[in-house]
Every structure is written in structure tokens, then in C-alpha cells.
Design a protein around this ligand. Sequence first.
Ligand code: NDP
Length: 393
Amino acid sequence: MDREFTRRGLIEIGMAGASATLAPAALAATPRVTEGSPVGVAVVGLGTLSQGQILPALRTTKRARLVALVSGHADKARRLAADHGLPASAIYDYDGFDRIAADPRIDIVYIVLPNALHAPFTLRAFKAGKHVLCEKPMATNVADAEAMVAAGRAAGRKLMIAYRCHYEPGNLAAMRHIRTGGIGRPRLVVTDMGRQADLAIPSDAWRLDMAMSGGGALADMGIYGINAARYLLAEEPVAVRAWASTDRRDPRFRTVEDLIAWQFRFPSGALANGSTSFAYDATMAFQVWGTTGRIVADPGAFYNGNRLSFGAPGTAPVRIAEIDQFAREMDWMAEVVRGTAPMVSPGEEGVQDMKLMRAILASVAADGRTVATDWGYRRAVDPAAVVDPPRAG
Ligand code: NDP
């Protein structure tokens, strides 16, 4: 049965326990993907992330398989296709992208383009009848993000946002430590996500352009902290206030803010302090204080080498498995498409972050005024409950 959850299948990719949380609705509208065959992925945009992380990860995935490349640079696409054993017929350019509708090899379109191109290519992929895995941030504004969710629903196809930390063992261990009472009642989350951006690097140049990125450091790195505060606390903020500090004489910050610090208030009474910048020393760190304990993750969201401790700085680190987050994320999406795993990071999850970023920028524009943020969104599936990382050896 191609739509049936099998516990064996879940165990194989480290998802034992997932089936207990699945509602029948999770199985609806899945396409006919044959039992046992890997799900075909087309990667759109062959830039830094695709070449550095995604294509290498697709050499190790168990459920997902690279079947096509979409690029504006034919030479690069041909070289990468040859590296990955793909035929010429598996290469598309952006103008010819819609022809994927007639390509039965492609089940999932993985969109790894600059942020402003996520929405148009998501809509085109749904029109072609494909599922979409889309990089974060899912769009550059809330209206586009909501249109992406609506298009997926109308097409009866899955939209997953590539929030890799939902599948990363350290973040999952932190979530589970909190859920099992390891720090008592969580009271404060602190997230700091940023680095020095460089206008001379093409992949940074578009990130420093508001129209292409939707928000500079906030949209690129701050989003990790926003998302982390929400999944660590397993609740949604009801209010935010934020300040920015941006040197407009710095050519990097002609259209986007630089340093932003914000504070979320949660229904439980917990608070979260977040910061992001494209002009401070590189960091992807978070900490959580509870009534009886503390979590320190520094780095807490790198591709690998994350360090997690359950105690003050200096406490012995928790052993966490080193896995390829990108491979795991794509295998998860493949299982979602097959109907054998629940959707953990759906489009709605991305919309919530888009709305929170809009609220942060609204507060910044109003010199730190409090902005209400309870729009009624509640996460459907807790990653800590279903994504079960393999134990460190
Ligand atoms: P890059 O600029 O390195 O790559 C983007 C690619 O998109 C380009 O190489 C190009 O590929 C294609 N492209 C198409 N149109 C344009 C255009 N107008 N301008 C520039 N590029 C264009 O970006 P990244 O790979 O760093 O980021 C891509 C996406 O991945 C972003 O949304 C980013 O937020 C996300 N990301 C996520 C990470 C994560 O950890 N989850 C980490 C890094 C990035 P081609 O030449 O093949 O056409």
C-alpha cells in the first residue's frame, strides 16, 4: 500500500514514533508515488547552498533522489548534471521550467533561489502538479507567502519550508529536554543569529537588497531565532517590540536594516530576546533559562559542529549525533509526499515567521512600539514529538 505508514519505514530513517501522532488528514492529497521507489527531486537554482550542501546531501538520501536541475547557467548545469549522473534531458532553464509538468521523474521541486523568486517558482511548480520544498524565508512578504499556501492547497500538493533545525539532533534534543521538564518551567529564550555580510559576494549582494531578500539579516538569519523561540517554547508570541541600529552610511545598509533586537512575549509568561545583524561577529546561538535549569547551544544552528549543554557555559556538552541535516530534511519531505510521515514544517509555519518579521519591522518603524502578534496560528505537529534523531554512538 503506497499510502500506508509503515513503522519499519519510519525506523529506517529515524522517525520511529511518528505514526502515533498522525491524523488521517495528513494522508490526504498525496500523489501516487510507488512504494519503495525514491521520490524524485528537482533542485532549482545552483548557487552556494545547492552546490555546497544540497547536491552533496542528495548523494546520501534514502528516500529522495536527485532527478533534475534548473538553472540560468547552462554550462554549470551541464557540469553538475554530469557529476551527478543526470542526462541532458534532466536540465531545465527558468524559461523552460514549466515543461517539468510533463516530466514524470520529478515529484518534488526544491526551490533554492534568492528569496524574491521563491513565490513565483512555487506557484509555477504547483501549476505543474509538483510538490514544493522551499528554502527559508519562504517569501519576501506575507501576501506572497499566503498565496503560496493557498496555491498548494488548491493544487492538492505539499508545501514544506526547509527549516533544517526542525530535523537537527541538537535542536531536537533541546526541545525534548524542555518538554520533559529538564529545565523546569521555561522562562527566557535568547537567540543571536548574524554575521558580517560582504557586498562584493554575489550571494550577499542580493541579501542586502530589500526587494530581493525581504529584510537583510532579519530575513536571512534572524528568522532562525524567531523560529527557534517558537519551537523551543512550543507556543506562539502574543506581542513583540523591536529596535534597529543601522548605519545608513554603510553601503551594505542602503535598503535593509542592520542590527535588530526584539523581544517577544508568550502566553505562558515566557519572554524571548532575539538579535540579528549583518555587521556583527558571526553567531548562531541560543540559550534557554528555566526555573530549574538552563540550555546553552553555541553554536546551535550550524550545518555541523553544534555544541549543546544542559547547564551554564562550561558544562560538559551533550552528545549529539552528527548527521546531514539537509539529507534528513529531504528524506522527510519524501516521506511526507509518500504519506508515511507527518508534515512538520508546512507553509503555514513559514507564514507565521513572515508575519512576525513584518511585526518586528513595524515595531522598528514605530520606535519600539508594542505590536500584537496573536493571529491564532498554532503549530500542528511538534518536531520534538515526531522527529526522532538516531542516538549518538
Ligand atoms: P546564491 O546567491 O548562492 O544562489 C542562488 C542561485 O539562484 C544562483 O546561483 C542562481 O543559480 C539562481 N538565481 C536565479 N535568479 C537569480 C538572480 N536574479 N540573482 C541571483 N541568483 C539567481 O544563494 P544561496 O544559495 O546562498 O541561497 C539560496 C536560498 O537558500 C535563499 O533563499 C537562502 O535564504 C537559502 N539558504 C538557506 C540555508 C539553510 O541553511 N537552510 C543556508 C543558505 C541559504 P543559477 O546560476 O543556477 O541560475
